[in-house]
Design a protein. Structure first.
Length: 295
């Protein structure tokens, strides 16, 4: 029973997304459904609560015009197919343009897929994919084919992302873990703080890739419970060292002990933590951790 229900919900989400697309892009040259029968079957299966699944996936093409640096317009076509389980699974999208070489097309499509995997799982994402293509696809086209790989990688590197992770743990007492946290942050050029005790709070900030590496190491240690409570990502244009430094709210990574003189002195004084976060301009995070206004 449940699988049918979810199939149905997925079908309904597909239909409403298609309706949205046709109202946003009323002209054939922007959006065209290549398989009307599949859409009719999909609507039929929802309206009649018949358990019969459509025989083929919904397929359509979105055409996106975008400017390349020398101000000429380039058109990319996005061939999309929606698996029956979409949006639980990702859509199948292939971006094409006569101006892309085979290897550029492969790279563009794999980067788009990567973007969708990281940002859109479980959500309707055709519009996000279209936005991404509009913003990024032109960077993959290159006038001189010889330097194409260099140019594309520069286009990809020009966007540096600064990340701040707020990690929550049931408790942090273990000396070795505390040492790891500080050593790894130093090795990965991350700043922030670690508040040992119960609960344990860790904040790290720096380059996105370094934060992700830090998290993948920390979560492999044994914990009663550990999770990312909140995550902030900021895209930096150019992304030089100065830009990164400007985003930091903490200068280094230090261990902060707000001793509450409790049993064994290991329950931290959350009031002190609140004032520390307030000083750093992060008071709103306190609520995300503890669900209450601090003071």
């Amino acid at each position: 029973e449940t699988t049918e229900m979810t199939n149905r919900e997925e079908a309904e989400m597909q239909i409403s997304e298609l309706d949205l697309l046709s109202s946003m892009f009323p002209y054939e040259e922007e959006f065209v459904v290549t398989d009307q029968l599949a859409v009719a079957e999909l609507k039929h299966s929802v309206e009649n609560e018949s358990a019969e699944m459509p025989s083929s996936k919904v397929q359509f093409i979105l055409n996106v015009k975008t400017e390349v640096p020398n101000a000429s317009l380039v058109e990319f076509s996005m061939g999309c197919a929606l698996p029956f389980k979409y949006p639980t699974v990702l859509p199948e999208i292939t971006v094409r343009s006569p101006l892309l070489s085979r290897s550029q097309q492969i790279r563009l499509n794999s980067d788009l897929k990567m973007y969708l995997m990281q940002n859109c799982s479980g959500e309707p994402c055709i519009l996000s994919a279209r936005e991404w293509v509009k913003d990024h696809a032109a960077a993959y086209i290159d006038k001189e084919l010889s330097s194409s790989s260099v140019k594309t990688s520069n286009a990809m590197q020009s966007e540096v992302v600064f990340t701040r992770l707020w990690i929550y743990s049931h408790h942090i007492y273990n000396k070795q873990k505390r040492k790891n946290i500080i050593d790894w942050a130093k090795e990965l050029s991350l700043s922030g703080f670690c508040m040992p005790g119960k609960p344990g709070v860790v904040c790290v900030e720096g380059l996105q890739s370094s934060c992700e590496e830090f998290w993948s190491r920390v979560r492999r240690l044994t914990w009663k419970r550990i999770l990312i409570r909140h995550r902030e990502d900021v895209s930096l244009e150019g992304g030089g060292q100065a830009e990164i430094q400007k985003q930091r709210k903490f200068s280094t990574l230090e261990e902060k002990c707000f001793d509450a003189h409790g049993a064994r002195g290991n329950h931290m004084d959350l009031g002190q933590l609140y004032h520390f976060l307030e000083e750093k301009g992060c008071a709103d995070i306190f609520q995300m951790y503890f669900g209450v206004e601090g003071h």
